[in-house]
Write a protein that binds this ligand. Structure first.
Ligand code: PMP
Ligand code: GLN
Length: 381
């Protein structure tokens, strides 16, 4: 073929693939791509094996196994005091990425504007552009990444179709407050703007903070999709399982696309998750589990030349390296991988115009031993 016209001229291979590949090639400790390097609970893998042996090996119902949708609805209600109907308002997806892509594809038309906050998870923008939407980026500033809601109000036009938020936030590790959500609610009330609230790290939040799910705010809830990921919650990123919840009228549109996008998600895993979710401690223990890892990592690097604000949520920690070098963050991340054998993610790739704030993102979803070895290296830089 001589002339392939690309739909995504500005898209290269995602940074997560680039850095994990480099980490493997140079045998570096991989704190770049976000995934745990420890196993999930044996009870969960045993449940999957049982489901396969019992014969749950054919297609699941298109919107997901009802028993799983039931426990998802119960969990949402008990945590956030919000009722979603399991039959019409919950859909199981092949990871949150699929849910996000399907939501965008179901609603975004050419010329529609979508407001996103940068640094942003890298799947949002290309998904919007594929459907002809226009990305309206709002750059947030390190170290607090707070949203100026007046700036958001200024960016809303008659073309604004969707706003995408993400709390707890990847890559910054910050969380939105109740006040943030109330301000957003006041802005969107009375409009037809859809809110996509990416809440994949809902259970990874520290220092006794409460996750401010959109589900808690009636005037946000009525216009929102919430996306969630079992990969993050149960240390199973490779299973690519997640779900989304939304009011019935929005979910109907979602399912029109979902049925032709994936039809359904992995059946035996849904069966296992439905059982496993019946024990709330399986996700309620997550904040303590990851706070221990965050605190261990930060205590071990406190004498290093990196500076930081402790992550409030997610399993990512940003480290500022200005007192070490002023080189570009992509170059520095490459050098750390090749020379020091530690891989991270340069945050500029998620920023507007690749703004370089001299910060790298490190994933602390690792065994204590890995974190100790990583910290030893970081302290020598
Ligand atoms: N959103 C954010 C902010 C993420 O960090 C991730 C992690 N990859 C996802 C969505 C996608 O989750 P999943 O692996 O379930 O597709
Ligand atoms: N969410 C993970 C991260 O931010 C990785 C996702 C991916 O590899 N696509 O590192």
């Amino acid at each position: 073929m001589k002339n392939i016209s690309t739909k995504l001229p500005n898209v290269a291979t995602t940074i997560f693939t680039v850095m994990s590949k480099m980490a493997n090639e140079f045998q570096a400790i991989n704190l770049s791509q976000g995934f745990p390097n420890f196993e999930t609970d044996k009870k969960l893998t045993n449940l999957v094996t049982t489901a396969m042996q019992k014969g749950y090996n054919q297609y699941a119902p298109m919107p997901g196994l009802l028993s799983l949708r039931d426990v998802i609805a119960q969990k949402t209600n008990s945590l956030y005091g919000s009722n979603y109907h399991p039959e019409t308002e919950v859909t199981v997806t092949s990871g949150a990425t699929q849910a996000i892509f399907t939501i965008i594809s179901a609603f975004i038309n050419p010329e529609d504007e979508v407001i996103i906050f940068k640094p942003a998870y890298d799947s949002y923008e290309p998904s919007i552009e594929l459907f002809g939407g226009t990305v309206i980026p709002i750059q947030l500033s390190a170290p607090n990444f707070t949203i100026d809601w007046k700036e958001v109000a200024d960016k809303i036009t008659s073309k604004t179709k969707m706003v995408i938020i993400n709390t707890p936030h990847n890559p910054s590790g910050t969380v939105l407050s109740k006040n943030d959500m109330l301000q957003l609610e006041a802005l969107l009330k009375g409009t037809d703007i859809i809110l996509l609230s990416d809440e994949v790290y809902e259970h990874i939040i520290f220092d006794n903070k409460e996750h401010q799910s959109v589900a808690r705010f009636p005037h946000l809830r009525e216009r929102s999709f919430i996306t969630a990921s079992f990969g993050k919650t149960f240390h199973t990123t490779g299973w690519k399982m997640g779900y989304c919840i939304a009011p019935k009228d929005l979910m109907e549109e979602f399912r029109k696309v979902h049925q032709f996008n994936v039809f359904c998600s992995n059946h035996p895993i849904q069966y296992a998750l439905a059982e496993y979710l019946k024990t709330p401690s399986n996700y309620k223990e997550l904040p303590n589990f990851y706070q221990h890892k965050r605190d261990l990592f930060l205590s071990l690097i406190k004498e290093s030349r990196f500076t930081f604000t402790p992550a409030a949520g997610t399993y990512f920690q940003l480290l500022n390296y200005e007192s070490i070098t002023l080189e570009n963050d992509v170059k520095f991340a490459e050098r750390l991988t090749k020379e020091y054998k530690i891989a991270s993610i340069p945050v500029s790739v998620f920023n507007l115009n690749q703004q370089d704030d001299k910060v790298l993102r490190f994933c602390f979803a690792k065994t204590d031993d890995t974190l100790k070895r990583a910290a030893e290296i970081l302290c020598k830089i």
